[in-house]
Design a protein. Structure first.
Length: 162
C-alpha cells in the first residue's frame, strides 16, 4: 500500500470518527396542527407531539405567520387557568412530549393574517442538546377550524431537517 493511500485512509477514518462525535439528535414531530382564527384575532395555539432519541431542549419557535412565538406552560390553580412562557422545554432521551390543548403548547402571537382551515403554518423549532449543539426542525402544521380539535387529522411524522 502506498504512503498516499495510507494517508487518505487515515484522513477518511479521522473524518468518520469526528462525524460520529457530532451526531445530532433524531427528533420527530407527529400530528402537528394549529387552531384556526377569526378576523381580528391576534394569537392562537400550535400543538404536536415531539420525540427525541437523545435528551434535548426546545429553546425557541418561529413562524412567518406570527411576529412572536413561544412555548407556554398552562396550569390550573383552583378554577383559574395560568399560562407562562417557558425558557425551554426538555424532551428526555427516548421520550415524548405532547404539546396539547389545556397543557404545554406553542403560542403564536401577533399573527400577520387570520388562519383558516386548509392553511399550512410553517414552524421552525430550535433545539439544543446537552453539549450546546443547536438544530432545527421545520414543521408544516395544518390549520383546523376554530372550535375543532385535531381528531381526524391524518397522522404524519416529519423528520428533522438539518
Amino acid at each position: 500500500m502506498s504512503r498516499m493511500s495510507s494517508w487518505v485512509r487515515a484522513l477518511v477514518l479521522a473524518a468518520l470518527a469526528g462525524a460520529a462525535g457530532v451526531a445530532m439528535a433524531d427528533v420527530t414531530v407527529a400530528d402537528p396542527w394549529v387552531r384556526g382564527t377569526v378576523e381580528g384575532q391576534t394569537s392562537t395555539g400550535a400543538y404536536m407531539t415531539l420525540k427525541s432519541d437523545t435528551a434535548v431542549r426546545l429553546v425557541s419557535v418561529s413562524s412567518p405567520a406570527a411576529g412572536r412565538c413561544s412555548v407556554h406552560e398552562m396550569t390550573m390553580s383552583g378554577n383559574v387557568m395560568k399560562m407562562r412562557t417557558l425558557e425551554s422545554l426538555p424532551i428526555p432521551a427516548g421520550g415524548t412530549v405532547a404539546l396539547e390543548e389545556g397543557h404545554d403548547h406553542l403560542m403564536l402571537e401577533q399573527l400577520v393574517h387570520p388562519l383558516k382551515e386548509g392553511d399550512l403554518v410553517r414552524l421552525t423549532l430550535t433545539l439544543v442538546d446537552s453539549s450546546g449543539k443547536r438544530q432545527t426542525v421545520e414543521v408544516l402544521a395544518p390549520v383546523v377550524p376554530l372550535g375543532a380539535t385535531h381528531r381526524g387529522l391524518p397522522k404524519h411524522t416529519m423528520p428533522m431537517t438539518r
